[in-house]
Design a binder for this molecule. Structure first.
Ligand code: CP
Length: 318
């Protein structure tokens, strides 16, 4: 297994099976720290730099919280408009990271351009974590989701997945790549204009992923052990900001909606329902208190997972 020390986390396409399990093992070791609402001093000599060119609640704050839980420091920006990258100069990724690398020891970057964190990694002498790049990937989110499955179901192999939403989404790409390393058949359900791209399908086939597509969640929910949902009513991820500005939004069609009635009627009693959030109306709030929902656990695991990655990348865990 390759060492995590100094490694960029840009894509789950790079991840090998035993590397997933090593990250999960470290996460489980560190989990008691946030569970007992403590901070440790493991990374007290290290600083995380956050470079967020797109809005985020979970990804940025979970990384920051993870760093604080490990006793480290945090600096950075949550809005490029307040930096030279987002005003008159439109400073390049290269010029920006050639500064940021002196301000800390690892950078987590979210960007509206697919491949921007990869560009940053080309120039930075410190590791880059991809916090979501355009339609590209969202590796730390899917690591948190897989860890949630492991903690909730006790295993990953042998579980049937159902993924619902916009298949152009970065989370779907990271999910597809990750599941190629496990025995997990998956069915994708997305609107006709948001289906898996030809290129991505070819990649999944090449990697021997057992996948299929369906039109309506009702047709396939009964066989799912893990149901992962993303919005189909959502912003343009290639923009730095996509404000609604009074725009009337569509409602999610029934094909892509997980309601309490549907779960009660058709889902396995021990299936688990994941959503990385934010949500629109695809999971109504009355689902939150059902036995299927696990999205709040996912949020906690998002911190634990980022703690594991930071400890590994910064060399405090082997
Ligand atoms: N799940 C997720 O990426 O959320 P944020 O956009 O709030 O970071």
């Amino acid at each position: 297994m390759r060492s995590f020390l100094g490694r960029d986390i840009l894509s789950l396409k790079d991840f090998e099976r035993e590397e997933f399990f090593r990250v999960f093992e470290v996460a489980q070791q560190l989990e008691p720290i946030p569970k007992s609402r403590r901070n440790s001093d493991m990374l007290k000599e290290k600083t995380l730099v956050t470079a967020f060119y797109q809005p985020s609640t979970r990804t940025r704050l979970a990384h920051e919280s993870a760093m604080h839980r490990l006793g480290g420091h945090v600096t950075g920006f949550a809005d490029p408009k307040m930096t030279r990258a987002g005003d008159f100069y439109q400073e390049s990724i290269k010029d920006t990271v050639k500064m940021l690398e002196y301000y800390g020891d690892v950078i987590v970057m979210r960007h509206f351009q697919q491949g921007a964190p990869h560009e940053a990694a080309k120039w930075a002498s410190i590791p880059i974590i991809n916090g979501g790049d355009g339609w590209g990937e969202h590796p730390t989110q899917i690591l948190a989701d897989l860890y949630t499955v492991l903690r909730e179901k006790g295993r990953i192999d042998g579980l049937n997945w159902l993924a619902v939403g916009d298949m152009r989404m970065r989370t779907m790409h990271s999910l597809g790549y990750a599941l190629t390393q496990f025995d997990c058949p998956i069915t994708f359900v997305g609107p006709p204009k948001m289906t898996l791209t030809k290129e991505f399908k070819a990649e999944l086939k090449q990697s021997s992923l057992n996948f299929s597509e369906a039109e309506h969640v009702e047709q396939v929910i009964a066989k799912a052990d893990v149901i992962l949902v993303e919005p189909v009513v959502q912003p343009d991820y290639t923009k730095s900001r996509d404000e609604r500005a009074g725009k009337e939004l569509d409602l999610t069609p029934a094909n892509y909606k997980i309601t309490r009635q549907l779960l009660e009627k058709k889902a396995k009693p021990d299936a688990i329902l994941l959503h990385s959030l934010p949500r629109m109306d695809e999971i109504p709030t009355d689902v939150d208190s059902t036995r299927w929902s696990r999205y709040w656990q996912e949020a906690f695991n998002g911190v634990v997972m980022r703690m594991a990655l930071l400890a590994l990348i910064l060399g405090k865990m082997e």
